[in-house]
Write a protein that binds this ligand. Structure first.
Ligand SMILES: Nc1ncnc2c1ncn2[C@@H]1O[C@H](COP(=O)(O)OP(=O)(O)OP(=O)(O)O)[C@@H](O)[C@H]1O
Ligand SMILES: [Mg+2]
Length: 484
């Protein structure tokens, strides 16, 4: 079941060998890609097919390729060209404890160098490889380390006021919770969300490898790529297709949710996204991965991301504005809001209604807290979580843990508060556990072992109120005193 990129391999291999001066007898050659019932795509099979043919015709000694894995595309001139997904292969080889040499294109060397304990060999052409194999020795390639790609990210201190929103983003960054920002035009929703990366905790080495591997599969790494050091921040436009968002397509590729793995997916103007695209987020938001079923195969991509969404409160977008009167009819507001389904809303932990900052506040010169200070608190809270969940597989933050684990940390008073509020707010089971997790993060930020009522009260405050009134938590004076 080869895709056309694999079928065309026939032409590339034949031309590459001819141009490398390796003459093959004029005979019919059958090449079997086993297992035959697995769909194959991409160009990485060129090099292994060429090597297999050379072994079959006795040009290359079979013993010389015994302990090697081959990967690479061939140019018609015999050059070995880069392919996608090398890091995934390298990681799998290392995980299996393989003692094989990975023979790969030189342009993918930086990527594969990220995996320690793996012997690499990087020929520039098939001719070079054949001469090495003839001599019975695959020379070890020098490991390449690309430079760090850390860019100067913008500072959350640029945003004036909006203390409640900044606090919510700090909680989201610390615990990996999802956020919805609602507010009138120009309130600073997009500005705030785009500055979130500057307060996110750093990636652990394992997380960085996973992120880089996905970006490699998607073909987003260039040759000089190094380990991704920043958490990904993906902000697809609302014209994105459903496969573009969650992955898929005729030759399946990871979508935006997977490219945002261990990072942030920012959906600006949430209601402009097609409804079926939004609904397709429900599975990855719950499971942390996407499963794409095809007639011939099932592909699973990881997708543990933090969702940040922004939208206006009503069609005219001025509902709840302190000075401008909203002219929308009640029915229109309902219709507008109903484009967001209950199940999706239920998966968002922190709902926040922003009011625009007053012009007076905008003019003030009081310095706001810079990203570095907030990030330091976030790192401490994340470290608490990593220690706490050390025994849990694949859990690094509160958002990923099962809610029942956290129940034990509740003080008697906060358990009482949660039960009362849950009944009054008609929380779903999911909502109940999500509030718990947010409260856990708030307690972690406060360096508290157990969850106290003050933490629980703040967490409950972020749950959506099922009323039609949009109540700004950020007062025009700018500060979330109401939270207390
Ligand atoms: N709190 C603020 N501090 C500093 N600048 C602000 C603030 N709020 C808004 N601005 C300014 O207004 C511009 C528009 O803000 P932004 O794009 O974030 O609005 P928005 O809430 O996303 O609006 P819309 O609903 O129209 O998308 C920003 O680029 C910034 O220059
Ligand atoms: Mg905006």
């Amino acid at each position: 079941m080869p895709a056309s990129s694999v079928k065309e391999s026939r032409e590339r291999v034949a031309a590459a060998l001819a141009n490398a001066g390796i003459a093959l007898p004029q005979r019919r050659i059958t090449c079997n890609l086993a297992p035959a019932d697995v769909a194959k795509t991409g160009t990485a099979f060129d090099l292994p097919i060429a090597v297999a043919v050379l072994v079959a015709f006795g040009v290359v000694d079979a013993a010389s390729v015994q302990d090697a894995v081959f990967l690479g595309e061939l140019g018609l001139d015999g050059s070995v060209r880069p392919v996608r997904g090398v890091l995934s292969v390298a990681r799998r080889m290392a995980q299996n404890g393989a003692r094989h040499t990975l023979v790969l294109p030189q342009a993918n060397l930086a990527e594969a160098s990220l995996v320690r304990d793996l012997v690499l060999c990087a020929p520039t052409s098939i001719g070079e490889l054949v001469s090495w194999l003839g001599a019975g020795h695959l020379p070890r390639a020098e490991r390449v380390s690309g430079g760090s790609r850390a860019e100067e990210t913008s500072n959350i201190g640029d945003v004036v006021g909006q203390a409640a929103a900044k606090r919510a983003l700090e909680i989201a960054a610390a615990g990996g919770h999802n956020v919805l920002l609602i507010g009138p035009p120009g309130a600073g929703k997009t500005m705030l969300a785009r500055r979130l990366p500057s307060i996110l905790p750093s990636l652990t080495e394992e997380e960085a490898l996973e992120v880089t591997a996905i970006h490699s599969v998607a073909g987003l790494l260039n040759g000089s790529a190094s380990l991704t050091v920043e958490r990904p921040f993906r902000a697809p436009h609302h014209s994105v297709s459903t496969p573009g968002l969650v992955g898929g397509g005729s030759s399946p590729r990871p979508g935006e949710v997977s490219l945002a793995h261990h990072g942030v997916l920012f959906l600006d103007e949430l209601l402009e996204f097609p409804r079926h695209a939004l609904e397709s987020l429900r599975q990855p938001l719950e499971d942390g991965r996407v499963t794409i079923a095809r007639a011939s195969s099932v592909i699973c991509y990881p997708a543990r991301f933090t969702l940040i969404a922004a939208m206006n409160p009503c069609p005219c977008s001025y509902l709840g504005h302190p000075t401008i009167v909203c002219g929308c009819a009640e029915g229109d507001i309902q219709k507008y809001r109903s484009r967001l389904s209950g199940p999706l809303l239920d998966r968002i932990d922190l709902h926040l209604t922003l009011a625009p900052v007053t012009l007076r506040t905008l003019g003030s010169r009081d310095p706001a807290e810079p990203s570095a200070t907030i990030r330091a608190r976030v790192e401490v809270a994340r470290e608490c979580q990593r220690k706490r969940y050390a025994a849990h597989l694949r859990v690094t933050c509160n958002a990923q843990v099962s809610g029942r684990v956290i129940l034990e940390d509740l003080s008697v008073d906060s358990a009482e508060l949660l039960h009362k509020a849950a009944e009054q707010m008609s929380l779903s089971a999911r909502g109940y556990y999500r509030v718990l997790k947010v409260a856990r993060t708030i307690a972690d930020l406060a360096l508290e072992q157990s969850i106290l009522p003050v933490h629980m009260a703040e967490a409950l405050r972020y749950r959506p109120q099922l009323t039609r009134e949009a109540r700004p938590v950020s007062t025009p004076q700018g500060d979330g005193a109401a939270l207390a």
